[in-house]
Design a protein around this ligand. Structure first.
Ligand SMILES: [Zn+2]
Length: 701
């Protein structure tokens, strides 16, 4: 029986009326980055999509001295992990253990400063997700329904989400999944797909009845609309996607799945069912916060907390509609204040793809570009797909390093520090007298923190970074206009002022670059012998380095990246493209349904030797073979004539299945079957012992 749905969530914190904008002064922020799915390592698309902007945002808030917690962890449930496990012949837990470590280590080394990197296979998470579901169930939120779901008879399994592919009814993409079309971004139900096909067996699935619990998004639509409309500061791409879902009318969505990997559905009569991965994953933010601090409620249930989710565009519906709907229905949580989703980053003009290995993998980058985290952070941020899809190219990466980081930022700082050592033995000189230009410059410098902050607070990180680079450019121009290296011969006093100001700009850069280029900031702070506890607003000061202060030895902030390094990366991608094309012709058959050892041991397979071979008349493919099986001599007709010549195989050892029921082929009784290996081009090869002393009749087991 379907339960009635409460139309307003009593006890909830959601009180804003449509169109009303509450001006909030938040006391703290909770920032989350999409839980990366633990079936593969992290690539640059993930970084540009959410981890890097989230990290910049959080580092900025920390620098402002705000109370902020930065939450992430591995998303370890769902169908793709079980598919991967099956493919690799290991357990789902082994899959997630492997990638949880790879991802966590790579994020850490790249300077993504999560306060916690948790995981959804944790005990806390299972308990939290379970409780959450139970609360909704007890409140009568779910609609319990027996529906027909696709079932693979060959694999004897219900086909949830990614176990099923078919044609997207909205855009015609032939490889849409049972829960989502990755081409047009539509969320789907498996039964929406045209020409559905099981990814387990390739067979057309049948419909079979099963009970599941649905979140009635259709009935919740008015509440969700109110929520969306009362937030005027959505990014346009995010608002646009939300509107399009709302306009086409929300549909009830099953929050449970017939699957054995995930959080068990905590109610009676739900054996063999787990929570839908998109029900449990966002709750992962809550359980991770629980794992981080006993104070977690403050961050999730206090109205004075601002909740911000950084994600990629494929997750917008889950964070702007489904998760808020779950939170509203539960009633004791705050709702996301913003979801600054980015679009996709492409690579060399082509969509990044894990399965096609078309990606720059973070763990590989970190190995191949030692100590160059900031070069990638810079390139990805300055090129971030904030409003539309964007492209990463290695040439652009090189150009950004050489002509922006080296030639602008690095050059300015290096000239300043080298001249300070040369003229003053590393001691900050006294500023003598400011000219009118100096005064204007100092005024301008002090405006940078607010300008950069304004962009960051609106999630415009490209703009913020460009502004930071303008500060470097200002410094470069100041040095070029004043030429202290020549002027020092005629006006040493003036040069003291010029160098003092240039040093101040360098110090301000060290403070303001921290969110974007944390490794370089640390290096520069050390070279300037600057107090490392400086905060964002110290970047407004123009006296961070007092006269008489001694700076440390200077070294280059950035090195030029040479052509051969870039060529090597381009070649690596080209190789992977070539490999892909070769693999594309290879259709690897999916694994067959499980069998018992008893099933296997019924087959009597022996080592045998071919003692006679001849072509079967009027049959191009067939050879008639006489085999010494050790047990007896027998005749076998085998379809190998296109792969082996009769005269070449006399004396060849083979594997032969001897207890297969005899069968007449072209009038000849075939008494067994020779085992053959087949490659992706359809070529056949005998499967033979690799040692010479295997006698005929020896068992194969
Ligand atoms: Zn589509």
């Amino acid at each position: 029986m379907p339960h009635p749905l409460p139309l307003s969530s009593k006890g909830g914190l959601w009180t804003k009326e449509k169109g009303e904008k509450e001006i909030m002064n938040y006391k703290r922020q909770l920032v989350t980055a999409a839980l990366p799915y633990a079936n593969g390592p992290v690539h640059i698309g993930h970084l540009a999509g959410c981890y890097l902007p989230a990290d910049i945002y959080v580092r900025y808030l920390r620098s402002k001295g705000e109370d902020v917690k930065f939450i992430c962890g591995s998303d370890e449930h769902g169908v793709p992990i079980t598919i991967k496990a099956k493919k690799e012949g290991i357990s789902p837990q082994q899959v997630v253990d492997k990638y949880h470590k790879i991802m966590g280590d790579a994020f850490n080394e790249f300077g993504i400063t999560f306060d916690i990197y948790s995981r959804t296979s944790s005990k806390t998470h299972h308990e939290t997700a379970s409780e959450f579901f139970k609360t909704l169930y007890d409140k009568g939120v779910f609609v319990e329904e027996v529906t027909e779901q696709y079932f693979d008879e060959k694999a004897n399994q219900f086909l949830a989400d990614r176990y099923i592919v078919g044609t997207c009814p909205k855009c015609g993409n032939e490889n849409a999944y049972g829960d989502q079309c990755e081409k047009c971004g539509s969320t789907l139900n498996a039964t929406d797909l045209i020409n559905p096909k099981s990814t387990l067996s390739g067979e057309k699935p049948v419909l079979k009845k099963t009970k599941n619990w649905f979140l009635p998004l259709d009935k919740m639509q008015p509440q969700i609309e109110t929520y969306i409309e009362s937030h005027k500061d959505w990014k346009t791409n995010v608002y646009g996607q939300c509107k399009s879902w709302l306009n086409s009318g929300l549909q009830p969505r099953a929050m449970t799945r017939d699957l054995n990997w995930g959080v068990k559905v905590p109610i009676e009569g739900a054996d063999g069912k787990v929570l839908y991965v998109w029900f449990d994953a966002p709750i992962g933010y809550i359980s991770a916060t629980k794992n981080l601090t006993p104070d977690w409620k403050k961050y999730w249930q206090d109205k004075e907390t601002k909740l911000v989710h950084f994600i990629g565009k494929d997750n917008i519906v889950f964070h702007c509609i489904i998760f808020p709907a779950m939170l509203m229905a539960e009633g004791s949580y705050i709702l996301p204040e913003n979801v600054p989703a980015n679009e996709f980053l492409n690579l060399e003009g082509d969509k990044i793809s894990t399965s096609r290995n078309w990606a720059v993998w973070l763990h590989e980058y970190l190995l191949e570009f030692k100590d160059k985290q900031d070069v990638l952070r810079y390139t990805l941020c300055s090129n971030a797909p904030e409003t539309k899809d964007n492209d990463f190219t290695w040439k652009d990466f090189q150009a950004k390093n050489n002509s922006e980081l080296v030639a602008n930022l690095g050059n300015f700082v290096n000239r300043t520090l080298v001249l300070t050592h040369k003229f003053y033995e590393g001691i900050v000189p006294v500023a003598d007298e400011y000219t009118k230009t100096d005064i204007l410059l100092l005024e301008e410098i002090s405006k940078f923190p607010d300008k950069i902050a304004a962009s960051i607070e609106q999630y415009r990180f490209r703009e913020a970074l460009a502004e930071l680079m303008n500060l470097g450019r200002l410094g470069n121009k100041y040095l070029a206009d004043n030429e202290p290296w020549s002027l020092v011969k005629t006006d040493a006093k003036r040069v003291q002022t010029i160098m003092n100001i240039s040093l101040q700009i360098s110090a301000n850069l060290a403070v303001l670059m921290e969110p974007f280029l944390p490794f370089t900031s640390k290096k520069l702070t050390a070279m300037l012998n600057l107090n490392s506890g400086l905060k964002w607003n110290d970047g407004k000061r123009t006296d961070l380095l007092l006269a008489g202060h001694t700076i440390n030895t200077a070294s280059l902030l950035f090195d030029k990246i040479e052509d051969d390094v870039i060529e090597a990366q381009i070649k690596k991608l080209a190789d992977s493209k070539k490999q892909n094309e070769e693999m594309n012709t290879a259709a690897i058959e999916p694994q067959k349904p499980e069998i018992t050892f008893d099933n296997f041991s019924k087959m009597d397979i022996r080592v045998g030797t071919i003692i006679e071979a001849e072509k079967v008349p009027k049959a191009d493919k067939l050879l008639k073979l006489k085999i010494d099986t050790g047990v007896d001599l027998r005749t076998v007709v085998s379809g190998i004539a296109e792969h082996y010549k009769a005269e070449d195989i006399i004396g060849q050892q083979v594997s032969i299945l001897i207890n297969l029921a005899p069968r007449k082929i072209k009038g000849i009784e075939s008494q067994g079957m020779i085992l053959m290996a087949e490659n992706d081009k359809g070529e056949l090869s005998f499967v033979s012992p690799t040692k010479e002393n295997m006698n005929n009749g020896g068992g194969i087991k």
